[in-house]
Write a protein that binds this ligand. Structure first.
Ligand SMILES: O=C(O)C(=O)C[C@]1(C(=O)O)C=C[C@@H](O)C=C1
Length: 358
């Protein structure tokens, strides 16, 4: 009797599990499921195509960036940025393609921090125009909406346009744009819209209520390609080098660092500061005045326009070493100078057709 009850419980569990699998399969048929930390126990996959990890689910802009960077690749969805880094380190993927900045939303700080806490090398960059759409289930009208969900970057890139559209909606953050569309479809939400790509609309059977809803028509996200090994820097095409450094409290160090590039006519593309997490604050006793001052400590990320194969870049870094307490080259890689093709052109070259624009 006891065994029988146990048997029926197992059966019920198995049934519930198979029903859950069936529901998930109906919601997103044949789509690869995102990697999670628990997948790292699996043996590495082998195949002839380059396996490229990205954060999100199919239809995410990061997937399009992976396809732009490596046209023949097998894109591998990951549920978090950290998982994408680890999947390359553990040979589950060959490359990772991750967003680092957007022309409207600014830097994606999480990835700057992860670049430092992992040992991968930047081997390329890719710039992707991001054209957002407002997606809802078939039959849903703008007036029915009470909520818009998406990746925080996408929500902020469309903030003004959402207001202009006259939508009386709350905004909620989601892990990625396509994941938001997938969630609406899987839960048959008739009062919720997602901000995501045209490709996400197609994959998850959603309608496009409005296209091109980003606040600036030339909205672009820059992604970096990461690998276990660095590439050999060259001088026959435009290269960029990314470094990260920290310095101690002496005066004018940042000025000296920037001058090391300026005096050699090396163009700086970007400088970003992040808190130095291991020692975020420096406390200084105020000499004659009583009390103490707390200074924030920073790590500086800098991109400059030169290859590490170039003597003047090597000289600039040698000079930097005199001023800084920590220096790491994150990668020296070809600049993306290609014309900006939009996501639709990349994935459906023949059909950049008539979308309901606002
Ligand atoms: O959610 C996605 O589709 C992503 O690929 C992520 C992401 C980001 O992290 O900034 C990438 C590009 C867009 O700027 C919006 C979101």
């Amino acid at each position: 009797m006891e065994n029988e009850r146990e048997g029926s419980t197992h059966l019920q569990l198995a049934l519930q599990e198979s029903q859950m699998v069936a529901v998930a399969a109906t919601a997103t048929p044949f789509l690869p499921q995102p990697l999670t930390v628990s997948d790292f126990a699996r043996p590495p996959l082998h195949g002839s195509n380059l396996r490229v990890a990205y954060q999100g689910v199919p239809g995410a802009y990061s997937e399009s960036a992976a396809s732009k960077a490596y046209p023949e690749c097998e894109p591998i969805p990951c549920d978090q940025f950290e998982v994408a880094f680890q999947s390359v380190e553990l040979w589950l993927a060959d490359r990772a393609v991750l967003p680092v900045e957007n022309s409207l939303g600014g830097s994606i700080h999480k990835n700057y921090d992860l670049l430092l806490s992992h040992r991968l090398h930047i081997v390329g960059e890719v710039k992707l125009p991001v054209r957002h759409c407002l997606l809802a289930l078939p039959g849903v009208r703008k007036e029915d909406l009470t909520r818009v969900i998406s990746h925080p970057q996408a929500l902020s890139q469309c903030e003004l346009t959402l207001t202009k559209l006259g939508l009386n909606v709350s905004r909620e953050a989601f892990d990625d744009t396509a994941g938001a569309a997938q969630f609406i479809a899987a839960n048959n939400l008739l009062d919720t819209a997602a901000i995501a790509s045209e490709r996400a609309a197609e994959i998850y059977g959603m309608n496009i209520l409005a296209a091109g809803i980003q606040d600036d028509p030339s909205n672009v996200t820059r992604f970096v390609m990461l690998a276990r090994e660095p590439i050999i820097p060259r001088k026959d095409r435009p290269f960029k080098t990314s470094i990260v450094f920290a310095h101690d409290e002496s005066t004018g160090v940042l000025f000296k660092v920037l001058s090391a590039f300026a005096f050699r006519n090396i163009n700086l593309n970007k400088i970003e500061s992040r808190p130095r997490r291991k020692s975020p604050v420096r406390i200084v006793e105020n000499g004659t005045h009583s009390g103490t001052t707390r200074y924030f400590e920073y790590l500086f990320y800098l991109d400059f326009e030169a290859s590490m194969a170039d003597q003047k870049a090597q000289n600039a870094l040698s000079e930097l070493q005199e001023y800084v307490t920590f220096l790491r080259v994150l990668g020296s890689y070809p600049m993306d100078t290609s014309p900006l093709a939009c996501v639709t052109d990349l994935l459906y070259p023949a059909a950049t057709a008539s979308l309901p624009s606002i």
